[in-house]
Design a protein around this ligand. Structure first.
Ligand code: GRF
Length: 360
């Protein structure tokens, strides 16, 4: 366990090194930009630390990173890069240096060991740095790089996927007209919901929700629900839906008026990644025509609920609700229309929150 871990001034390092040397301890020095830390860096620093008793990382300042790597670099300022390095178990001290060469640090620190990544050989080390290392009697160790891990590769990958990475993919299941899907598309258009719909599946041939998907150029599939008692989907239908969602790379399944009970491998595959919207303030009024149930029960207020889908009907953790009043003389249709207005705001909001939570 290291007792101290902070960014040092170059002038402090010589005395610190002498103290350790008096205890028979060897100091290892390495240097670099460490702009976008990856597992390759972490493994390399661990190996470097194992060459002695303490590891000093000489970190290129922002000016020197820019000179070495070009415009747009570093991505993270020296203070941040140093803070991240300091948090690593393998790193004992970080010192920021401004020059193109690490010679000044070598001369002040006088490390017993100098570690460098395998993109160099002892011969290809800069002559000035090599001279300084020989001058202080440091042993030079070249460590092999971790294949497939590099900052430039990470940056290239980010560029290819549009910088922020790919958008989350939604798979929609619905049996009806699809006003909730329409609202989701509109929230995507305005940028309020950062996601894309990659597939829309319905158990009802000719359902409005499928036309909506086609209009938007989204894959629209009708799947035969098969015959099962109590509106359950047949095993074959469950399998086909699961396969289709998987093939479309779906991250989150959104039930938007899907009138079948979800179960089996579909539920297992998307556990915690499947949402439903229900037109009541759950746990009140589960099941069909929930707005009518609320009206018939004489409720003064009802609303809608978005919840995670679990094995029971309209059960599962509640993630969000919106309320609407039930007014004197309301018809069931009027109550439903009022609820749907709220659904169209609530669903996209909760989907967005869920995607954020999944990305953590
Ligand atoms: C909504 O009222 C929703 O709460 C319920 O089914 C209805 C779907 O409507 N689960 P739409 O097809 O999105 O217009």
């Amino acid at each position: 366990m290291k007792e101290n871990n902070y960014v040092s001034e170059l002038t402090e390092l010589g005395g610190w090194r002498d103290g350790l040397a008096a205890e028979g301890k060897r100091v290892v020095l390495t240097n670099g930009c460490f702009d976008l830390l990856h597992a390759g860096h972490v493994r390399y620093l661990k190996e470097a630390r194992a060459l002695g008793d303490a590891l000093v990382v000489a970190l290129n300042s922002d000016v020197s990173v820019k000179a070495l790597k070009g415009e747009g670099r570093p991505l993270h300022c020296a203070e941040d890069r140093a803070e991240i390095l300091c948090a690593l178990e393998a790193v004992d001290r970080v010192v920021v240096f401004d020059q193109a060469r690490v010679t000044g640090v070598i001369e002040s620190l006088r490390p017993q060991v100098y570690a460098k990544g395998g993109d160099y050989t002892v011969e290809s080390l800069n002559a000035e740095e090599r001279g300084a290392l020989e001058g202080v009697g440091a042993e030079i160790c070249i460590l092999s790089l971790v294949p497939g891990r590099s900052t430039s590769q990470t940056l290239k990958q980010m560029e290819e996927t549009g910088g922020a990475g790919q958008k989350a993919k939604l798979g929609i299941l619905g049996s009806g007209k699809g006003s909730n899907l329409d609202a989701i598309f509109k929230k995507i258009d305005t940028g309020e919901l950062e996601a894309e719909v990659t597939v829309v599946i319905s158990d009802v041939a000719g359902a409005g929700i499928l036309d909506l998907a086609k209009e938007r150029g989204v894959q629209a599939l009708r799947i035969d629900p098969g015959y099962e008692k109590g509106g359950r989907l047949s095993d074959g239908a469950i399998k086909e839906i699961t396969d289709r969602l998987r093939a479309a790379g779906v991250d989150l399944v959104v039930l938007a008026g899907f009138m079948k009970i979800v179960r089996g491998e579909l539920l297992d595959e998307y556990s915690g990644r499947m949402l439903n919207i229900h037109p009541s303030l759950l746990p009140k009024f589960k099941g069909l025509a929930a707005w009518r149930q609320a009206l018939d029960a004489g409720e003064k207020e009802t609303g809608c609920t978005v919840h995670l889908v679990s094995a029971g009907v309209d059960s599962g953790e509640i993630l969000g609700q919106a309320k609407v009043p039930v007014l004197e003389g309301d018809t069931a249709e009027e109550v439903h229309a009022r609820i749907q207005e709220q659904e169209h705001e609530l669903y996209a909001r909760v989907i967005s929150e869920r995607l954020d939570a999944m990305a953590q």
